[in-house]
Design a binder for this molecule. Sequence first.
Ligand code: GDG
Length: 469
Amino acid sequence: MAASSTSSFVVVANRLPVDRVAVAGGNSEWRTSPGGLVTALEPVLRQHRGIWIGWPGSSIDNEAMFEVDGFKLKPVDLSSDEVQGYYEGMSNGTLWPLYHDVVAKPAFHREWWDAYVRVNRRFAAAAAECAARDAAVWVQDYQLQLVPAMLRELRPDVRIGFFLHIPFPPTELFKQLPWRDQILEGLLGADLVGFQRPGGASNFARLVRLRLDHKTHRDQIRLEDGRHVAARAYPISIDFHRLEELAMSSSVQARTDEIRSEIGADRKIFLGVDRLDYTKGIRQRLRAFGELIVDGAISVDEAVFIQVASPSRERVQQYVEVRDDIERWVGRINGDLGRIGRHPIHYLHSSYPREEMAALFQAADVMVVTPFADGMNLVAKEYVTCRHRNDGALVLSEFAGAADELKQAFLVNPHDINGLKESLLAARDADARDLTRRMRAMRRQVRDNDITSWANAFLTDLGGRKLRV
Ligand code: GDG
């Protein structure tokens, strides 16, 4: 259905919150994809008849606005060259590894940068077209860091917010970027720049002071023209109540029982759930688990590791390599340490419905989340949310943003394999009362700081009370 005009609230993100799905008769239609961001922004989008601008994920005939489930969507159509240069190249081959502590080597290519500038300009133009006078525009994430300044130039009347979902790197790493000043200038087009952790906000403030000579005071940056930009932390969260309700539903409970009985009721389940990404530390955690079997500390009759690695960015070379690497390790561990009917690792390279994820979270005794760097890590918060009986153990990397809030987790340094092994055993062997005490505190933290509080905190700072969810 066609939708028209402008709105007082506009979201700009790399992807539209919809997928094109095949339906009977060889046709296809749009369905909303249930990501965290849509859930968070749904009330405010509906209230303001907001518009969401993004790439539809596949090529489309025209860029006319359309409507799905009451959401107004404005597509930005990208050519395959643009997808390659802006998305696979600059976003996921340069910025993603650079911002994640150079866990993989970032590649710097001028043609990728050129595509990034071009595509950011197109997103900014679309935002300028959709924003009503004095509207609030909320730009999301590392793919669109130039949009705030480009949009400000086109539309000085609008309030502009930007939120970075991934870490913002320390100055020494950021400085490697050939286009470092352009990115800083791009972000400074916003009135409010949000980060997951206070460290990201202070890295940014330090960089604009050092490189662009702007004055900063606490979380305020003062520009030459007298304008102020605020840089603050807004730790993202999840929809606690919706997920808890799903986890408590009878169908998910039944599926949980089924998984437990398939694995063997007495076997401990260690679980990993990640997009297959080199930042997530998947190989290291499997290696630690394998070594514990070799050491005799874990027996394949008593424990299993389930690793869900959902397919991600499969056209980017580093992702092809990390997949090969992980699969070699899984093969080696299962080949060396398993026997018929007893695989130490159940490796699942697939995406599953939310119900299946909730059942897995409930079935797992020990959740293992070991990224080398991670803006937040929602999986850790989802596990805690699903443990409505206040049991289960969370092993969590101190390098995930979630570690700031989930302090009662078994915190680990994922580079330290021996430390990781000790934590896996400590989590397995912890007594029930200790686990309950920890889980209660973590659940309270996520319940009291859910996705709505996150959106409200950001939107109130951006646009005042009228934008609250
Ligand atoms: C970025 C930042 C930040 C995974 N496999 C399946 C599935 N998932 C869901 C998880 C979770 C989400 O995907 C992954 O979110 P994370 O936060 O763990 O990580 P990134 O994808 O890297 O997200 C991150 C986040 O943005 C938000 O700001 O926290 O730091 O890197 O919700 O459950 N969901 C389903 N099937 C799967 O197979 N249904």
